[in-house]
Structures are given as structure tokens and as C-alpha cells.
Ligand binder design. Structure first.
Ligand SMILES: NC(=O)C1=CN([C@@H]2O[C@H](COP(=O)(O)OP(=O)(O)OC[C@H]3O[C@@H](n4cnc5c(N)ncnc54)[C@H](OP(=O)(O)O)[C@@H]3O)[C@@H](O)[C@H]2O)C=CC1
Ligand SMILES: O=C(O)C1=N[C@H](C(=O)O)C[C@H](O)C1
Length: 278
């Protein structure tokens, strides 16, 4: 039997995957179809996508999975216990409303959301749990805790810079993970990231201002995701690094979040809650 064939359709949470043909969408579907704790309840793509109406297993190049790719989020999400969503900001804001109407858990991996998108998620979270993280891996969530501690331990004479690298297809910068790590560093310094953030530099920038948190982004090839938090002091540097080599780490985290959220009250949660790191 192919890896893509669903083995169990019993009384386990049904998960709908949005952006089913995407890098994360396909990874999630592969893992869900081989995980006895969950079942694939739907696969969504946008209107006009070549996969609409096709069996998702076949569309991904394997055996039939018994789930047709749909462009109808209203009907599909209505039968979900959880929606795992790695798409794009506007799409995610729309899925949040539908997922809340279904009283299902919304696991949001999408990055690059602006204040308006986040307000829509907060509104939806009044009716159902939303678990959102710029990075769903265990390693990065541990790194965020370490970053907070180190930033708190070192004074402003240690400059904090966050450098991230991703594949050539990534559309947002800085990455959601870089912002998560920046947030942790700012918290360690007892401040809000918006007050300390220095975006990518160019031109005659002047000398570095003490206490700021700088961000730089590299884009190229098939880099899955690499993040350095650099604490640069005088005469020494401390560098905390996470290197992702397989997108399965994000997908496993998202499935774990979908299961964790099943008995939770409406509200906004993150992976630190899921992993018990708070
Ligand atoms: N939190 C985490 O741990 C991680 C987060 N991510 C984030 O997840 C997101 C997706 O990443 P990735 O899978 O690499 O991206 P891809 O571009 O490979 O996939 C995105 C999918 O979403 C679909 N999509 C895009 N816009 C819409 C829309 N308006 N309505 C419906 N569907 C839409 C795309 O469809 P189409 O092909 O038709 O455009 C595509 O299937 C990004 O924001 C990324 O940063 C990624 C990895 C880990
Ligand atoms: O777009 C990606 O690929 C990734 N996005 C997330 C981010 O923006 O940090 C997580 C991971 O680094 C991969």
C-alpha cells in the first residue's frame, strides 16, 4: 500500500488541510495519511487550481487517498475538527472565520500576517481555539526560550542581530521565526519588539544604536530554514542557531497542535503552550 493511502477513518479528529498542493500542504497530507491519531477530512485549494476535483493522493503522485481536492472551504471546513493552514495571510484570515463557525481548532502556520489579519484571528478566537506560531518545530520553540534568557542576562552593550536564510520561493521577510526570536529577545530586555526593531540596513545608516534588535534575510536555493541569534559583545560573540533540514518538523508540530487543541477553550495559543514550555 502507498504511503498516501488513508489507513483509518475511525473516531479520530478529522483534519482539513488548506493550500493542499503547497510545500507544507503536501508534507502535512503525507504525514496525516500515515498517522493513526488523525484522519484527513478534506484538502482545499483555491478556485481554478488544476488539482480541484482530483483525489489528493493521486494528485501528489501516489495511490488514491479517498479525499477529493475541493475549492469549497465553507462545506469542507464545516466537517473538520481541526484545520491546518499554511497558506497566505489573506487566505488565513478568511479560513479563521470559517473554522471558528465550525467550532474547530485552527492551526495557523502562515507567516507575514499584518495587524488587520491578526485582528481577524483574534475575533475568530473568541469562538474556537487558534494555535499560531511562526515556527512549529520543537527546536525553534526551545531556541526562543534560550534567546529570552540570554537577552535578559546580557546588557545593552551586547548587540542583538537576527539572521535568517530561506529558499528562493519564500515571499515574506523577515521570516515568522525571526520575528518570534526577536520578540523573545525583546521580552528578555523587558521591551516590545516594535520599539527595538531595526529592519534590514542599506546605504549610509550611521553607527548602530545601542539596544536595537537588527534583522537580515538571505534567500536562495532550497534552504528549508536557518536562524541565528547573534549576541555581539566587545571581544566576544555568542551565537544561538537553529537549522531546519526537513519540513516534516513543522508538519509534525502542526499535527501535535491540532490534537492538543481538541479539548481547549476558545482563545489564542502558541506552540510554547502546546509543548508545555510556558
Ligand atoms: N509556522 C511554521 O512552522 C511554518 C510556516 N510556513 C509558512 O507557511 C506558508 C506556506 O508556505 P509554503 O507551503 O512553503 O508555501 P507554498 O507557496 O508552497 O504553498 C502555499 C499554498 O497556499 C495556497 N494559497 C496561497 N494563497 C491562497 C489563497 N489566497 N487562497 C487559498 N490558498 C492559497 C497556495 O496555492 P497556489 O499554489 O494556488 O498559490 C499553495 O497551495 C508561508 O507563510 C510560510 O512562511 C512554512 C513552513 C513552516
Ligand atoms: O516559508 C518557509 O519555508 C518557512 N517559514 C517559516 C518562517 O517564516 O519562519 C518557518 C520556517 O522557517 C520555514
Amino acid at each position: 500500500m502507498s504511503d498516501f493511502q488513508q489507513t483509518d477513518t475511525g473516531e479520530v479528529p478529522g483534519i482539513v488541510v488548506t493550500g493542499a498542493s503547497g510545500r507544507m500542504g503536501q508534507m502535512l497530507i503525507r504525514l496525516i495519511l500515515t498517522d493513526d491519531r488523525v484522519r484527513l477530512a478534506g484538502a482545499l485549494e483555491r478556485d481554478g487550481h488544476a488539482w480541484i476535483g482530483r483525489d489528493i493522493g493521486e494528485a501528489m503522485g501516489g495511490q488514491p487517498a479517498g479525499v477529493l481536492v475541493s475549492d469549497d472551504p465553507v462545506t469542507t471546513i464545516a466537517r473538520a475538527q481541526a484545520v491546518i493552514d499554511f497558506t497566505a495571510p489573506t487566505a488565513t484570515a478568511g479560513f479563521a472565520e470559517l473554522t471558528a463557525q465550525a467550532r474547530a481548532v485552527h492551526v495557523v502556520g502562515t507567516t507575514g500576517l499584518d495587524a488587520e489579519d491578526l485582528a481577524k484571528l483574534s475575533a475568530a478566537a473568541r469562538h474556537a481555539p487558534i494555535i499560531r506560531a511562526g515556527n512549529m518545530s520543537l527546536g525553534v520553540n526551545l531556541l526562543a526560550g534560550l534567546t529570552r534568557k540570554v537577552a535578559a542576562a546580557l546588557g545593552e552593550d551586547w548587540d542583538i542581530e537576527i539572521v535568517e536564510a530561506h529558499h528562493r520561493m519564500k515571499v515574506d521577510a523577515p521570516s515568522g521565526t525571526a520575528l518570534m526570536l526577536g520578540q523573545a529577545a525583546a521580552e528578555g530586555r523587558g521591551a516590545a519588539l516594535d520599539d527595538l526593531r531595526t529592519p534590514a540596513r542599506e546605504g549610509i545608516t550611521g553607527a548602530r544604536e545601542a539596544g536595537r534588535i537588527g534583522f537580515s534575510a538571505v534567500r536562495g536555493g532550497d534552504i528549508v530554514g536557518e536562524h541565528d541569534v547573534i549576541f555581539a559583545g566587545t571581544g566576544e560573540r555568542l551565537i544561538l542557531r537553529h537549522v531546519a533540514t526537513d519540513r516534516a518538523i513543522f508538519a509534525r508540530g502542526a499535527i501535535r497542535a491540532a490534537l492538543w487543541g481538541q479539548d481547549k477553550d476558545p482563545g489564542e495559543y502558541d506552540m510554547a503552550d502546546v509543548l508545555g514550555l510556558t
